[in-house]
Design a protein. Structure first.
Length: 175
């Protein structure tokens, strides 16, 4: 069990919306790691190279977030939606040959979801990503894994939505 992954997962689970830029960088890192580990060109290379590719993708996500927020939001939805779709496809027992299709469908759904409901989508996606990272590090029976995942997503969603307050109308009197 990797303590770093558990801490990153807990951070995304509970603070994903509040730390949007960090979450975007994390999304780039996880997407880069997923890409690097499944790329035939990098097969058999050292873990350091895979980590470096993931780190570059994470830093790229942060740079894009700073300069191109709208594009960053779309990329966040693409990465998170695609990653979650691959996990669902894998948990349903579909072979890896279907992962590109699952990623594409999930990526489109994720991007539309994030654009339509930006704050709520950030909460839902960051809670889902955090729960995924935590569950993947735990050794659980498949039947228990889904229950733990769903419980963590609900917990993360509730924590983040509790601390998120919509800006209300000004308390100043109107003249």
């Amino acid at each position: 069990m990797d303590l770093f992954i558990l801490l990153v997962g807990a951070g995304a689970l509970t603070l994903g919306r509040a730390l949007f830029w960090l979450f975007l960088g994390l999304g780039g890192f996880v997407g880069g790691l997923l890409f690097a580990t499944n790329l035939d060109l990098l097969a058999g290379t050292s873990e350091w190279l895979l980590f470096a590719v993931a780190l570059v993708c994470g830093l790229l996500g942060l740079v894009i977030a700073v300069f191109l927020q709208k594009l960053a939001v779309g990329i966040l939805g693409l990465l998170a939606g695609g990653y979650l779709a691959i996990l669902v496809s894998d948990s349903l027992g579909h072979p890896q040959e279907y992962w590109p299709i699952a990623f594409a469908v999930g990526a489109i759904i994720g991007a539309v979801f994030v654009y339509a409901l930006f704050d709520w989508a950030l909460i839902a996606l960051s809670a889902s990503l955090g729960a995924t990272l935590i569950v993947e590090e735990l050794t659980l029976e498949p039947s228990v894994e889904l229950a733990v995942f769903a419980s963590l997503v609900l917990f993360g969603f509730l924590v983040q939505s509790f601390f998120w307050q919509e800006p209300g109308p000004s308390n100043e009197s109107r003249v």
